[in-house]
Write a new protein. Sequence first.
Length: 229
Amino acid sequence: MAFQPIINDADGSIFAQEALVRGLNNESAASILGQVTDESRYRFDQACRVRAIQLAAELEVQSILSINFLPNAVYQPELCIRTTIETAKQCNFPLDRILFELTEVEKVKDYAHVRSIIEHYQKLGFKTALDDFGAGYSGLNFLADFQPDFIKLDMALIRNIDRDKGRQAIVKGIVQVCRDLAIEPIAEGVETKAELDILRQLDIQLFQGYYFAKPSFQSIIAHLSSIGD
């Protein structure tokens, strides 16, 4: 796993560490995910959760731990979450500091099933997020069906937003919807000061991207000396 921080711009703190899957020789997530099959999806998803929690405990992560999960790998929420809970207890990692990001490597086959996953996780005290919002298969119809705690705005919406009035208008509208639904938006893929400045004006406080820190392989960036300077 590599870890990339999510920054809280309000006070300059690290809000969360996202666990990003890597190969044993630091191969990219895409190269690893490309090897996941229908037969291995469940075991892969479970292994990623376990390793993320184990490493977070070893590295003494004090913030929220963000873990990606494949919705089609969760065949029954009550059973599939057991290993996660057992691992967190064994590692003394608080359940209320775990955030699950629903990732869209594959198209969601059953929206009702996804809603049941989100609701069950929230009932157990886990936080939830919809990753890559605005790209892939996700959209406003997703938010109409269920409300996660966070949405992560896809980096394609963020790129060059300081020079693109269309992207600014779209993000402004999404942020307003989030506020109305008590969902916190996170801007991912922030790479420049100009992008950050516009996103701040659009009432976003949580950020992730190379402008702040690149993913760190089997280690964490625990502090940032400055933000946006």
